[in-house]
Design a protein around this ligand. Structure first.
Ligand code: GRF
Length: 213
């Protein structure tokens, strides 16, 4: 059985969507642990209520990013994960950490990358006047919010939108595409060729990923 570790920093709604999908679809995988860098992350209590092991590693106790990432990595590796999912994990990761999990580390970002990397993506989308916005699941590479794109979902931007309404519309899609992408990774269905990600179907054929429909 495959093993998944999920990293959070707060609410943990994406973590919840993965846990719920794994249970509902009976993935041949276990959520080995949910780890937070913040002791007050609301998602920890939810994970515990589902009987999932939770750990806290407070980044404020470390002098450098490297020191934090080294201990975090050792903690994660206790579970020998096949996949590690960043789910609202608000830390910039060191190249050594990212390299250690190359091909196993996924992130969900609330924009259609490469547009609007970084924070406050919904504000940036509104300010730019884009008519479509969305979210992206990607493999994590050393460069922040880059890395091969696995799946995206598009939502319209409405004239009356503010950050709250737009964020809610995007979040709904995050909860749809992240579990699917994590499942593909756990099922060894993702193929990276020339920096592009494809999904290997049961019959061995390789298809591009489109989740907007
Ligand atoms: C999500 O919008 C995610 O895309 C971003 O941070 C937010 C985390 O929300 N990286 P949650 O903790 O999963 O509810």
């Amino acid at each position: 059985m495959k093993s998944l570790v999920i990293l959070i920093s707060g609410r943990g709604s994406n973590m919840q969507s993965i846990v719920e999908a794994a249970a509902a679809e009976q993935w041949p995988a276990r959520i080995a642990a949910v780890i937070s860098n913040r002791p007050d992350a609301a998602g920890l209590a939810w994970a515990q209520s589902r009987g999932i092991e939770t750990r806290v590693l407070d980044h404020r106790g470390f002098a450098t990013r490297e020191a934090f990432d080294a201990v975090l990595s050792a903690m994660i590796d206790e579970y020998s994960p096949d996949a590690v999912a960043l789910a609202g994990f608000m830390r910039v990761l060191t190249p050594a950490f990212v390299q250690h999990y190359e091909g196993r580390l996924l992130n969900i970002h609330p924009s259609l990358l490469p547009a609007f990397p970084g924070l406050k993506t919904h504000r940036a989308a509104l300010d730019a006047g884009v008519k479509e916005h969305g979210c992206t699941v990607h493999f994590v590479t050393a460069e922040l919010d880059h890395g091969p794109i696995i799946a995206q979902a598009v939502v319209p931007v409405s004239p009356g939108d503010d950050e709250t309404t737009l964020a809610a519309r995007v979040l709904e899609q995050e909860h749809r595409i992240y579990p699917r992408a994590v499942r593909w990774l756990l099922e060894d269905k993702l193929v990276i060729a020339d920096g592009r990600v494809h999904v290997r179907e049961e019959d061995g054929t390789v298809k591009a990923v489109l989740l907007s429909d």
